[in-house]
Design a protein around this ligand. Structure first.
Ligand code: F6R
Length: 259
């Protein structure tokens, strides 16, 4: 796992965007895995800026989102489809038919999840997977005790996740309790992974992910098995890392990295 530590959230977002640009320049028809939540907002704003000011082209890019709430139609203001349209897709020249977000309203979840996995395979797999991390260590909605081999499926959200996400809804009771999510196994098959995290409330799960044992109690720790995973974090999120000095040393010895 490569650990990149920046002073501020803005720098984290810019560094992650530099890796994104690097991947898209090398492969203009790349397949991207995308996350929602607060953390990637800075990265998405930076991608929109690079499109606007530098002509970064998304015409041939395909995307797959990690997850969607069950029960929310795509048009719902809190659906992850709406989130993606508002925070990224509307601001870049991606073709709507190339964007995939799991359906929160399908009549047959099992068949839908199989189709989603199949569709990822058909387009050649995910080239770069963007991830955030939940305070309980989840990636996608793979809550603690999720199988580290899991595939896209329906999951029941853990209470800390419902509490964390209540900030987006009028009432806590409005937060859906089920979601469709790519599995940890699905995520590990991406050719490259980029995870962003910021803030002191992520320090513990970030330390578990990078330095803890690989455990289903922190599903992000499974990324230790991934051969090409770069983690971009700010100082507060890095504050519980035992090997902090080592990561900073390695970073200083890589002056030509694109970020
Ligand atoms: C969202 C997702 C989640 C979030 C995580 C962190 O698609 O997959 O795993 O990345 O809950 O959310 P924020 O960034 O809001 O702290």
């Amino acid at each position: 796992m490569e650990v990149v530590i920046k002073e501020t959230y803005e720098e984290v977002s810019k560094a992650a965007a530099a890796l994104m640009r690097h991947v898209l320049n090398a492969k203009p028809n790349a397949v991207l895995g995308l996350a929602t939540g607060s953390t990637p907002l800075g990265l998405y704003a930076e991608m929109a800026r690079m499109h606007r000011e530098e002509g970064l082209d998304f015409t041939h890019v395909t995307t797959f989102n990690l997850d969607e709430y069950v029960g929310l139609p795509a048009s719902h203001p809190q659906s992850y489809r709406t989130f993606m349209e508002k925070n990224l897709f509307q601001h870049i020249n991606i073709q709507h038919q190339n964007t995939h977000v799991p359906s929160g309203t399908t009549g047959n979840y099992r068949a839908f999840c199989e189709w989603y996995e199949q569709r990822i395979k058909e387009v050649g797999g995910i080239d770069l997977q963007v991830l955030g991390i939940g305070s309980d260590g989840h990636i996608g909605f793979n809550e603690p005790t999720s199988s580290l081999n899991s595939r896209t499926r329906l999951k029941t959200l853990a209470e800390p996740t419902i509490n964390d996400n209540a900030r987006f809804f009028d009432r806590r009771e409005d937060v859906p309790i089920y979601a469709i999510t790519m599995g940890v196994g699905t995520i590990l098959e991406a050719k490259q992974v980029l995870l962003v995290a910021n803030g002191a409330n992520k320090a513990e799960c970030v330390a578990g992910m990078i330095e803890g044992p690989i455990t289903a109690m922190n599903t992000a720790s499974a990324l230790q098995l991934h051969p090409r995973c770069t983690v971009f974090i700010d100082r507060p999120a890095a504050s519980k890392l035992k090997m902090l000095d080592y990561y900073l040393w390695v970073q200083a010895k890589k002056p030509h990295a694109p970020y």
